[in-house]
Each structure stands twice: as C-alpha cells, then as structure tokens.
Design a binder for this molecule. Structure first.
Ligand code: GRF
Length: 213
C-alpha cells in the first residue's frame, strides 16, 4: 500500500551541477515554500568556482567541489568512486543533475538505478545533446520546451517524467528562447521531484506512470 504522504520522510536529494544552478535554486525554493517534501543533503560540483556552490553555502547546504579529472566529459573511474562515497556519506536517495556537464557512467547508474534525474532544455526525443534550444530554433520548430527524465546509459534517452512546452516566437533569439525555457524548467523540476517524493512514479517499460490516487 502507498505510504500516506503526510507520513513520508523528506526525500533526500543530492544535486550535481557545473554552472549557475538556477534549477537547483528552484528546488531550494520549492522546499522552502513547503510545496516539495524533500531535503537537499549536498550540492556537488565538478567546477571549483561554479555559482551553484555559492548558492549551497548561502542556504546552509553542504557544498563540495570534487574533481572529475582526468576526464573532460564523463564521470568515471576514481572520480566516480569519489562522488559515490560522498553521496553515500550524505545518505542521498536521489541524484538530481542540474546542469551537470558530464555523462554518467555505469558505476553510478548501477549504484542509483532509476534514481538519477536530469533536466534537458528540449522536448525529447527531439534535440538531445548540447544547446538544444539553438537546435530547435535553427530547425524551425514552432514549439520548444524542457524535459525531466530518468537517466539511463544513453545521452538524454531515459524515461520521461515531466515535459513543458514553450512556443517559439517570430523574433526569438537563442538567448530569449533559452530564458523562456528556463522559466518552465524551474516549474518542471520541482514538479517531477514532488511526484517522486510522493511515491507516485513507476515504470512500465520505458513509460513513466504517474499514480494520482
Ligand atoms: C539547463 O538549461 C538545463 O536544462 C541544462 O543545463 C542548464 C542548467 O542551468 N541541463 P542551471 O545551471 O540550472 O541554471
């Protein structure tokens, strides 16, 4: 039987990010507003001076820089082990990738199977990879958006939990479009985490089922 939401302990989230961390901020805000029953147990970055670490400190959340060298675009080997031991130390239940610019490999995927989330600035499966808002604009689609998905071994290929659409306007530039997508990202990530924290998310093949009973 599903545990009543009132009695559920806060979901213990670890956030991994390489940049400014505006998505992380939206999660912090949702927790503070009481709309998301979760606790950010640590924020880890592979970039020493990333602004996301400053946000962590400002909010009294443990902040860690952990080098992911020698790799440039993935998290593997000794570095992956260092990340995993920190995540375990803080008792993380779910890993939230918020602008973490590295591919997650087998070791972490297996240790947190089905419990790693990512946000991507496009309506997947269209436009995986980098600068997807630019890809959508250059392709000429009329609708862009964002996707929160479970991370699997592919790049931006995991089961989709939440998507939000953003119309592309006649005079959009990559910057104006990305800014409007980010507004929706900041709703989508807390929404997906709320579903997870309430135990409403299950998998049927690659379809995510949301139980709203
Ligand atoms: C977001 O656009 C997200 O979709 C992508 O990286 C960006 C991170 O932005 N994965 P921020 O650091 O959360 O502001």
């Amino acid at each position: 039987m599903q545990q009543s939401n009132k009695n559920r302990p806060p979901l213990k989230i670890a956030v991994l990010g390489s940049g400014k961390g505006s998505n992380c901020q939206s999660i912090i805000d949702a927790i503070r507003a009481g709309t998301l029953n979760a606790r950010i147990v640590c924020i880890i970055s592979d970039v020493k001076n990333a602004f996301i670490l400053e946000r962590a400190q400002k909010h009294g959340i443990p902040a860690e820089y952990i080098s992911a060298a020698p790799f440039k675009t993935k998290l593997e080997g000794k570095a992956e082990q260092n990340y995993l031991s920190e995540l375990r130390k803080y008792g993380a239940e779910v890993i939230v990738l918020a602008g973490f610019m590295r591919i997650i490999k087998k070791g972490m995927l297996e240790a947190f199977a089905g419990r790693i989330l990512n946000i991507h600035p496009a309506l997947l499966p269209a436009f995986p990879g980098v600068e997807s808002w630019k890809q959508a604009l250059n392709y000429g689609t009329k609708i862009a958006g964002c996707t929160v998905h479970i991370v699997n071994e592919g790049t931006d290929t995991g089961p989709i939990i939440v998507q939000r659409a953003v119309p592309i306007l006649e005079n959009d530039t990559p910057e104006t479009l990305h800014a409007r997508i980010q507004v929706e990202e900041h709703k989508a990530y807390p929404e997906a985490l709320k579903l997870l924290s309430e135990g409403r998310v299950s998998l049927d093949g690659r379809r995510v089922k949301i139980n709203m009973d």
